[in-house]
Ligand binder design. Structure first.
Ligand SMILES: O=c1ccn([C@@H]2O[C@H](COP(=O)(O)O)[C@@H](O)[C@H]2O)c(=O)[nH]1
Length: 275
């Protein structure tokens, strides 16, 4: 999906919500464990219930790899279902990959061609030749970890390299890569106070912002400091939506949480005169 189509969806739905599919068999409703593929059964119900309120889905690949072949099959079915039934949804493989060039090319083929995701999260640590292979695919996007939502982000990302913090070097350097217009960046909602500085370096790039909900980040602060004329934000919530309830009404409860976030997002878009 290209950026123009993503922006059109955001304006149409008045939402920039990304629902995280961090599907954990220990947390899903017990009755689903009797299904042939409980992970897919859960994802399908969550997607059908929440799709009206969001523009993106982000399966975190760790939650699928943890179940071996069965997990991988459930991931394939989930992305297949999204691409067939809801092709307007932007899809993110939260895989945090990146390796020497020829290996990155294989990761890119796995997620962009075999699985047909729109985007993948990438760790920037190995630099240009580990990122550029992901940028060779038209209408596909590499989402580079810039300033992450966790506490450990302060171990390295905010350390100064000469005069500038490392996350700023990541942002500035990445914008010089070939096909950099296909890049997006991860910035944690818990780091909203850094967004003014971040927007000085990447004024127009889309940011994937996890950390609203279970991690306590503020949607309002993210919008105040991070929103651009083209919205420029995809805000993710995983546990706060998909585990809203774990009885028979889990999908309706997830829909209610997604709708509540979409309502807040609509107000922010209106405040910014974007819808
Ligand atoms: O900086 C980051 C990068 C990725 N994540 C991922 O996003 C979701 C957040 O889940 P919640 O349940 O809404 O907290 C999860 O998949 C993380 O691995 C992040 O949180 N922060």
């Amino acid at each position: 999906m290209n950026i123009a189509a993503l922006i059109a969806q955001i304006k149409k739905k008045q939402s920039f919500l990304c629902v995280g599919l961090d599907t954990d068999l220990d947390k899903i409703p017990k009755h689903l464990l009797r299904e042939e593929d409980p992970i897919f059964a859960f994802n399908k119900a969550i997607i059908d219930a929440t799709q009206a309120y969001c523009v993106a889905y982000k399966p975190n690949i760790a939650f699928y790899e943890a179940y071996g072949l069965e997990g991988w099959k459930a991931l394939e079915k989930t992305i297949g279902y999204l691409n067939t039934k809801y092709p307007e949804q932007f899809t993110i493989a939260d895989a945090k990959r990146g390796d020497i060039g020829n290996t990155s090319t294989r990761y890119a083929k796995a997620f962009f061609e075999t699985l047909n995701f729109d985007s993948i999260t990438i760790a920037p640590y190995m630099g240009k030749d580990s990122v550029e292979p992901f940028l060779e695919f038209e209408d596909k996007h590499a989402i580079l970890l810039a300033l992450t939502s966790n506490k450990g982000a302060f171990d390295f990302q905010t350390k100064r390299l000469k005069n500038e913090e490392l996350y700023k070097e990541v942002l500035a350097t990445a914008t010089t890569y070939k096909n950099a217009e296909r890049l997006m960046f991860v910035v944690g909602a818990t780091k909203a106070n850094y967004l003014t500085d971040i927007r000085k370096i990447v004024p127009n790039s889309f940011l994937l912002v996890p950390g609203v909900g279970a991690q306590g980040g503020s949607l309002k602060e993210v919008c105040t400091y991070g929103m651009t004329d083209n919205v420029g934000l995809l805000v993710n919530s995983s546990r706060g939506i998909i585990y809203a309830e774990n009885g028979n009404d889990f999908a309706q409860a997830a829909a209610a949480k997604a709708k509540a976030l979409q309502t807040e997002m609509k107000a922010e878009l209106k405040r910014a005169n974007l819808v």
